[in-house]
Design a protein around this ligand. Structure first.
Ligand code: GDP
Ligand code: IMO
Ligand code: MG
Length: 426
């Protein structure tokens, strides 16, 4: 039995989908525990490319059980559409379940996500506009609607009536928008309810049974540590807990089952949306990384901001997640760069900071302190063993291990499942 949590160690899009798909070959169960369709996980399997938003990346392994945990917020129309699209491509949903405790993203959440962003003169978060934040707000405010409520029309109506009254007041009186109609929403959701009903289950029980039976379980993180509502660059974060702890609360599994936490980090840094990015490169090098790494969002298509690898960021993630292993992805994107920079600390006025500060005002004054390493002037995309990598690439990996205090057990040298170097048993 092994229970492995896969999380993002930077600001998202590190290649969690690829790493999960790779590890899913040996896993009986794959579970998503937080976030929603703000996530975009790309999995390339031979000729086929899949862009998954809500469905776990283990779905391409026909034998594994794929679960959506209680911590995920679900846009029903989106998940059903994703299921239909994947089914048309021959993907099986025989072993797939959605938690009866997961919260729903309702139409007013999506409208409010956009209106709230528009209303912010400065400090727009740059959300994905999928209603994620407002859905989690309602969950914490105890007015959220859960999958189990949807299964019972009377209960759904009762809850919707209370919350819709509040939301319509907000929409009309504060934002001057149109109110939403209760009856048409009930009719729409009752149709969706019947389509989703066959998948609904108590997923915590399924996970417990699998773990008790000695099966391998993989927790697929979405977003990333520095987008975490508690540990990220608040307020430029998402509204869930993408750190390893969130995988447990979001799936109903206790910490004693977990064997490993794999932090996925890109060989450089990217961020989509607003907020601090200390090593951001707004020059030709930044553009070169964006083009070579195809750094455009999987969900919104926005160009990702690019910069050098920031060891302060990843070391922080090693600490707050209890990372046992790092997966370093996209090393091939650095091919042919003569000199590669690594941020080792920040200069903040006359202080040198080795930890990411909490206050954004302090962060804004931080300038990265770089170390420079020689690059490798060859193509590494066909390397399959650590020893096949040029010495400069091996040294870069070793230096990141030193700076982040974690061992790099997986190195990805291309988007394909096979373009992976494994240095440890999983
Ligand atoms: P996720 O959100 O963490 O799952 O990452 P995304 O799928 O949003 O973005 C990662 C992108 O990098 C995807 O297009 C992957 O196909 C691609 N990718 C993953 N690993 C590698 C790698 O080692 N090399 C290259 N060149 N691309 C990679
Ligand atoms: P994956 O799982 C990168 C960012 C958004 C925005 C902030 C808040 O593919 O790594 P939200 O819509 O969540 O309220 O937006 O978080 N964001 C992501 N950035 N990858 C993601 O997911 C993201 N999910 C949200 O761009 O800055
Ligand atoms: Mg992504």
């Amino acid at each position: 039995m092994s229970a492995i949590i896969v999380i993002g160690a930077q600001w998202g899009d590190e290649g969690k989908g690829k790493v999960t798909d790779f590890l899913a070959e040996k896993s009986e169960v794959v579970v998503r525990s937080q976030g929603g369709n703000n996530a975009g996980h790309t999995v390339i399997n031979g000729e086929e490319e899949y862009k998954l938003h809500l469905i776990p990346s283990g779905i391409l392994n026909p034998k594994s059980l794929n679960l959506i945990g209680n911590g995920v917020v679900i846009d029903l129309a989106v998940i059903l559409d994703e299921i239909d699209c994947l089914k048309r491509r021959g993907v099986s949903f025989e072993h797939f379940h959605i938690s009866d405790r997961a919260h729903l993203i309702m139409p007013y959440h999506k409208i409010l996500d956009t209106l709230e962003e528009q209303a912010k003169a400065d400090g727009k978060i740059g959300t994905t506009g999928r209603g994620i934040g407002p859905a989690y707000v309602d969950k914490v405010n105890r007015v959220g609607i859960r999958v189990c409520d949807l299964m019972d029309e009377k209960e759904f109506r009762r809850k919707l009536q209370i919350v819709l009254e509040q939301k319509n007041t907000l929409l009309t009186k504060v934002y001057g928008a149109d109110p939403l109609d209760m009856e048409s929403m009930v009719a729409e959701f009752m149709v969706l309810a019947e389509r989703v009903r066959p998948f609904v289950a108590d997923t915590s029980v399924l996970l417990y049974d699998a773990l008790k039976a000695g099966q391998n379980v993989l927790f697929e993180g979405a977003q990333a540590t520095h987008l975490d509502i508690d540990h990220g660059t608040y307020p430029f974060v998402t509204s869930s807990n993408p750190i390893a702890g969130g995988a447990l609360t979001g799936s109903g599994v206790g910490p004693t089952w977990v064997d490993k936490v794999i932090g996925v980090a890109k060989s450089y840094t990217t961020r989509v949306g607003n907020g601090p990015l200390p090593t951001e490169l707004e020059d030709d090098m930044g553009e070169a990384l964006r083009q070579k790494g195809h750094e455009f969002g999987t969900t919104t298509g926005r160009p990702r901001r690019c910069g050098w690898f920031d060891a302060v960021v990843v070391r922080y993630s090693v600490r707050v997640n209890g990372i046992t292993d790092l997966a370093l992805t996209k090393l091939d994107v650095l091919d042919g760069i003569e000199e590669i920079k690594l941020c080792v600390a920040y200069q903040c006025g006359d202080k040198i900071l080795k930890e990411f500060p909490a206050a954004l005002s302090e962060m804004e004054q931080c300038r990265p302190i770089y170390e420079t390493m020689p690059g490798w002037m060859c193509d590494i995309s066909s390397c399959r063993k650590f020893e096949d990598l040029p010495k400069e690439a091996q040294d870069y990996i070793a230096r990141i291990e030193e700076l982040t205090d974690a061992k790099i057990s997986i190195v990805a040298v291309g988007p394909e499942r096979t373009q992976t170097i494994i240095r440890s048993d999983f």
